[in-house]
Every structure is written in structure tokens, then in C-alpha cells.
Design a protein around this ligand. Sequence first.
Ligand code: AMP
Length: 219
Amino acid sequence: MSTKRIIFVGAPGSGKGTQSKRLMDAYGIRQVSTGDILRQAVKDGTSLGKQAKQFMDDGKLVPDSLIIDLIRDTLTTGAFPAGWVLDGFPRTMAQAEALDGLLTDLASPVQAVLVLDVPDDPIVERITGRRSCVACGNVHHVRFDPPKVDGVCDRCGGLLEQRADDTEAKVRTRLSAYHQQTSEVIPYYAGKGLVTRLDGTGQPDQVFASIRAVLDGAA
Ligand code: AMP
């Protein structure tokens, strides 16, 4: 199967993480989630984690310089034989331009930019109901995918908790960062002929079918 290099753009809670994991399984490509890498850095107490923590807790974007260094390290040192899907990067024009420079150096251009469109109100409902397992990372939703026992992960029995930045006030701040800063990258990539917009409001299976149709060239 040919190499795939894909960017997911979408508001927080639009399904980028869920769909990236499916792409990993379907195409053997690697998910690069800057949010996951940053959360791990915070947990490990690294210098990056210490610098990023307050921005993340406030629902604000982490400064470009930190994120650009992180993505450069990840893409230049990692092995990606089947390709990658970027989940949550780039989120600003400066990040998009830095990525272009890096990928030119690596001779590995982006092949598709998939935009998952979901209106703000369903996003707030999706995110505020999200509960993640502290042990295995499995994600439940209090309404759409409730655990059998309240507060306990179905998969491993670990404790479920709400992310500090998943409260309604923080979600609204994150959405405004998306509308004001991240959405600018869409016309930038559209100018390069790379963008496909997809309805992200359906069930995950439906959304994934539309993604596959685009990537397999059947759309
Ligand atoms: P996510 O899990 O992708 O929603 O990311 C969680 C948080 O990590 C965001 O609210 C930001 O504080 C930070 N973050 C993740 N990716 C980026 C990025 N590309 N640029 C700036 N901040 C980011």
C-alpha cells in the first residue's frame, strides 16, 4: 500500500483522535497527536511539559516555538514506513508554514488535509461528557458511551476522570482558539488543492467510511 501523509483539521472534539486511530489500524500509518505528546510530557514532568502545562490547563494554545520543535523532533527521529496522520497539528499559520519547510527538507509532502466539520454545540456536549481512564486511556462518554459502573473503565477497571481542559468554560476557550487561529490553515491548504471537508456529525463508522472514500480515491 502506498505511503500516506495526512493532516486532520477540526475543532477539539470533532473526532480527529478517534478517526486517526482508525486510520492507524486501516493503513498501518502512525498517529502523531501533539495533544497526547504534550499530556505525556506534563505527566512525566519534562521541561516541555512544565512549559506547556498552564496553557493547556487554561484551554489556550501552547506557543508555536515549543510545538514546532516538538513536531520537528518527532518527524525527523521517528520511523514512519507507511506514513503518518497529524492529529491536532498545525493549529496556526506559523505552524503550517514551519511544517512545509520541514517536509520539504524531508522530501515528504502532505498528501491530504481532511477537515472534520462539527458545529460548536454538539462539540460542547461531546467534550464535557468525556471521561478518560487514568490507567489505560480508554475514553467513555457519560451519555453516548456510559461505563457499566459509574466512574469505572469498562476495559480495565481503572478510574475514569474528566480532563482538566474538558469543562464547558475551557471548551469554549478552545473553540475560540480554533475559530480564530486554526481555521486559517484551511484556506492555506485549499490553495494547494489538498483540502476535503467532511461532515463530522455522524456516527464514527459513517465518518470513517467517508474518509476512506476520499483516501482510496473513490469519492
Ligand atoms: P488536544 O488534545 O489536541 O485538544 O490538545 C490539548 C491541548 O494541547 C490544546 O488545548 C493546547 O493547549 C495544546 N496543543 C495541542 N496541540 C497543539 C498545537 N498544535 N499548537 C498549540 N497547542 C497545542
